[in-house]
Design a protein around this ligand. Structure first.
Ligand code: ADP
Length: 289
């Protein structure tokens, strides 16, 4: 079994339990790819440097980060710099031989750069230029498959954004969707660990957690329930399954053995059947995180 795990960037999430679980899974012979977010840490560092993080709203109502050049510099320092290295260091202490990679290494995560985004400002649609984001179109599965029998890849955005003139720029991409692209490319299970224990029918009431979705109708309930940042996870779930992932679970990062219990059903599990016969092929315009 191969599992791709994404641990969140939310402050309320402590990676300790997930990392110990990675160690047990590897010990038991499973292959694990760890991916991570880090939006909160990027914002904190920007603020320490006296700068304001910028968030924009798309005409579709989705809120995402606007990554200008300076933010991109800070992003590079924080994500593959501090966050990725800390995770690799922790895994090494647990006896796991982890390898830190960004999407730029070996063209792991590649796709078109988006330098202008459509935003809604004061109720008006505008084009905002200078964004450093991109859409992942290909994953170097070969690189991961080469590493996996021996190492635990720990993957962080940025991705490698292709410019129109043929050059490349390291750009931001949503970490949930990056994890989804990886899980799809290597036909793995995807576990999205976050600060809630799944997708709740009423976002404020944990007791309304949706246990699973394996039909289009059931997936519709999940989509309707998700608000705010959760909509990105649901979109990521869809992309993962479209790409070939075997299942997607949204689960609590702070649970005991969060990955094993997510794979055993503790969370919201979305199965490939959730997309069967669904001809709704819309793709929401999302400003990448
Ligand atoms: P992370 O940083 O771990 O990736 P996010 O903050 O992006 O996590 O997404 C998780 C958040 O989604 C939850 O903290 C919750 O506030 C929000 N959310 C929105 N709709 C739902 C829902 N239906 N069920 C559970 N959480 C939801």
């Amino acid at each position: 079994m191969t599992v791709v795990v994404k641990i969140g960037g939310a402050r309320a999430v402590d990676p300790k339990g997930a990392l110990a679980d990675v160690a047990s899974l590897v010990e038991a012979g499973e292959e694990v790819v760890l991916t991570h977010g880090g939006s909160t840490a990027v914002d904190e560092t920007l603020e320490e440097l006296g700068e304001e993080p910028t968030y924009v709203e798309t005409p579709g109502g989705v809120v995402g980060r606007f990554t200008d050049e300076r933010t991109m510099d800070v992003f590079k320092m924080v994500m593959p710099g501090k966050l990725n290295t800390d995770l690799v260091e922790s895994l090494q202490n647990l006896g796991v031989n982890a390898v830190g990679l960004t999407g730029t290494d070996g063209k792991l995560l590649e796709g078109k750069r988006k330098s202008a985004v459509r935003v809604l400002e004061d109720g008006k649609k505008k084009i905002k230029r200078g964004d450093h984001s991109g859409k992942i179109e290909s994953v170097n599965a070969d690189l991961l498959e080469t590493l996996l029998p021996t190492y635990v890849p720990v993957v962080s955005v940025p991705m490698l954004g292709a410019e129109r003139d043929g050059g490349y720029t390291a750009v931001n991409a949503d970490a949930d969707r990056a994890a989804a692209a990886i899980a799809g490319a290597i036909d793995a299970d995807l576990v999205l660990l976050t600060d809630v224990s799944g997708v709740y029918e009423d976002p404020d009431d944990e007791s309304t957690r949706i246990e699973s979705a394996s039909t289009v109708e059931e997936f519709g309930v999940v989509k309707d329930a998700a608000e705010g940042f959760m909509t990105k996870k649901v979109m990521a779930a869809r992309e993962a399954l479209e790409g070939g992932a075997t299942s997607v679970v949204v689960a609590d990062a702070n649970a005991d053995e969060p990955i094993s219990s997510a794979l055993a059903g503790d969370g919201t599990t979305i199965e490939p059947g959730a997309l069967e016969g669904d001809d709704e092929n819309e793709e929401a315009e999302v400003a990448e995180q």
